[in-house]
Design a protein around this ligand. Structure first.
Ligand code: HSE
Length: 408
């Protein structure tokens, strides 16, 4: 174990400043910031100017720096920094979920090659210690599913819209002002950000590296006043749910809004809080809840990774090494409620199993089972909103076809 780790930071935004704060407040962690590389000239910085440089090589090539803490929001530049840091023999802590999701397999290989560690607890559900738990606690448990609220901004927006009847754009603006939202907030509201986190979680849950483009994501941006009314009238709320599960020899995973009964574990998870529900064969159901966004909560997850490095911790990617290597699939039917204005070309014949609907005030609702791919397609149409049913009755398409043949 080293006496005191010297850190080189990239970025000093919301999370970087959070880390600075929590590091100063925590006396037990043997680490100190040596240098911070920033991009924008002329910004007023809350700490002494001697910390800062605009030259990445001053941080990456400093032999005294043991750990690169990468906290910028440009995934492309972040990956270059991570690669260079590992090549230069440094460990890395990062909270960049997009970069990790897009390059996780390569990052896994780079860690082996350079015998260095890349830790990223802060990248998945902020302050919830889910990655290390998946790696360590659930090592011998057979996890069936992992699901939950993986994005703080959208949960904050949905909370404000439901509880305070705030307008969607007003709520989004508040999430941006509080530093929860991505600099491109469409990553949050369209469900990309939780999908990146899900891709990372899938690697540590099921040992499968899935490209984010292979995971279907549907966001909350189409949810309308009609949907909110439907939810209220039926004692439901709406949450953006990320989920992955093992079934029929496949790993399924996707992100989509879902009607949630008010007595469900996720219903009471409000504002920027996230929740992760893990279901294992032996431990059965467990729920983790914590702040999923924000300066100090994310800073605290980054600090925990730095602290782990003091003790030479590294992820072993145990599920991957154990090698089930199950294929990833999107071929699933889910029960949904689709709402759209009259004149939209959706009918009961589009459903695999149609379960009813109604029409009123120029608007229609149809309920039933549809393939995930069709749900995604509909979600891209103007004024169409698709929300998973409270019990989405997920069925692998092959399994459904087999049942159909057997009962024919
Ligand atoms: N934009 C992200 C969120 C930040 O709202 O969850 C934390 O990853």
């Amino acid at each position: 174990m080293k006496k005191k780790l010297k850190l080189g930071l990239f970025g000093f935004g919301c999370v970087g400043q959070g880390l600075y704060h929590v590091l100063n407040e925590t006396h037990g962690v043997k680490a100190e910031i040596k240098k911070i590389c920033i991009k924008h000239h002329g910004k007023t910085r809350p700490i002494d100017a001697s910390y800062f440089t605009y030259d990445p090589s001053e941080v990456l090539n400093d032999p005294e720096i043991d750990v690169i803490v990468e906290l910028i929001d440009d995934a492309y530049a972040a990956f270059a920094i991570v690669k260079k840091a590992l090549e230069n023999g440094k460990h890395v802590v990062t909270a960049n979920k997009k970069m990790l999701a897009e390059h996780l397999e390569e990052i896994y290989e780079l860690q082996q090659k350079h015998n260095r560690s890349v830790l990223y607890e802060g990248a998945v559900c902020g302050s919830i210690p889910i990655i290390r738990n998946l790696e360590e606690y659930y090592d011998n448990d057979l996890i069936r599913s992992i699901e939950g609220i993986f994005n703080g901004s959208t949960n904050y927006i949905l909370t404000k819209v439901f509880e305070e009847r705030k307008n969607y754009f007003e709520a989004l603006k508040a999430a941006q002002d509080l530093g929860f939202a991505e600099s491109d907030p469409s990553l949050d509201v369209e469900g990309f950000d939780p999908k990146f986190k899900l891709a990372i979680a899938i690697a540590h849950t099921f040992g499968v590296f899935v490209k984010p483009e292979d995971i279907i994501n549907i966001g909350i941006q189409k949810i309308s006043a009609v949907d909110l009314k439907y939810a209220r009238e039926n004692n439901l709320t709406i949450k953006l749910v990320a989920r992955a599960y093992k079934s029929e020899g496949n790993i399924f995973g996707f992100v989509a809004p879902q009607f949630i009964p008010l007595d469900h574990n996720l219903a009471s998870v409000r504002n920027e809080y996230n929740a992760v529900l893990v279901e294992g064969a032996f431990a059965e159901k467990q729920v983790f809840i914590g702040k999923g966004a924000g300066s100090y909560p994310t800073g605290s997850a980054v600090l925990s990774d730095i602290s782990a490095l003091v003790f030479d911790y590294r992820y072993e990617y145990k599920k991957f090494e154990q090698g089930d290597g199950l294929p990833f699939s999107n071929e699933v039917f889910a029960d949904v409620v689709v709402s759209f204005p009259d004149g939209t070309l959706i009918t009961n014949r589009d459903f695999e199993v149609f379960k009813g609907g109604y029409q009123g005030s120029g608007h229609q609702y149809l309920k039933g089972s549809v393939s995930l791919k069709k749900i995604k397609e509909w979600s891209l149409w103007d004024d169409v909103s698709v929300i998973l049913a409270p019990d989405p009755n997920l069925t692998a398409i092959n399994q459904a076809k087999t049942q159909e043949l057997l009962s024919a």
